[in-house]
Design a protein around this ligand. Structure first.
Ligand code: SAM
Length: 199
């Protein structure tokens, strides 16, 4: 098998790193949900050697992630773990969580489960950075996102660009609150959530 490759990862890794570098400056451990190819993990772990970057995904993607990790040979990239958001979660706690382009691929129940799971494994005060296209108050932020959403839903009705209001309510159930909404290139955003300390 050859290494899987995602062109969008190559294009968005630099602007994402510019944002999560400072965000995870004091973190020792970050969990990535839905690592995909593993390209993001290699780029971020190389630039952030002070932390351990834990990749994860559904079983089918682990062999590809392993190839990227083996090629990088970085000490802060442990073996990828199986993590289906509807299944068992690692025990944690992690100081940070990252996920890119997952919320529009997962069904709504899975996105809600992702927030619940992250609420359990993220340390109080820790940040979850969620990158991707999002709708704001029922409106797409661009015509291209509108077309992308229609294309996704035609492919699989469970998929679709998620609305920030829905994300907020799923996040609240997981004990997370939105602290920053950062516009990114090509009509994407990074939503930064904080694990609220339990009272
Ligand atoms: C479009 S890919 C994005 C991959 C990578 N994060 C990136 O930015 O290139 C969507 C990812 O979500 C993952 N995913 C879909 N359903 C999932 C689930 N139930 N639990 C965990 N990951 C899931 C897929 O396996 C895939 O890796």
């Amino acid at each position: 098998m050859s290494k899987p490759y995602s062109e969008s990862c190559d294009q968005n890794k630099a602007p994402i790193l510019a944002l999560i570098g400072p965000l995870f400056r004091d973190a020792a451990s970050v969990l990535e949900v839905g690592s995909g190819t593993g390209q993001h993990a290699v780029h971020f772990a190389a630039a952030l050697p002070h932390l351990t970057w834990q990749t994860s995904d559904v079983p089918a993607n682990l062999p590809g992630i392993r190839l990227w990790l083996a090629g990088a040979g970085l000490p802060n990239l442990p073996e990828p773990i199986v993590l289906d958001v509807l299944g068992d979660w690692p025990s944690g706690p992690f100081d940070g969580v990252f996920s890119a382009n997952t919320a529009h691929i997962m069904g709504e129940a899975e996105v809600a489960a992702m927030f619940l799971g992250i609420g359990r494994v993220l340390a109080p005060g820790g940040r979850f950075a969620l990158y991707g296209p999002f709708r704001m108050a029922g409106h797409h932020t661009s015509e291209s996102n509108n077309r992308f959403d229609a294309w996704l839903r035609a492919r699989d009705p469970r998929m679709g660009v998620r609305d920030l209001d829905d994300l907020r309510s799923w996040a609240e159930a997981g004990g997370l609150r939105l602290v920053e909404d950062v516009p990114m290139p090509v009509n994407n955003r990074t939503l930064i959530w904080e694990r609220v300390a339990s009272s």
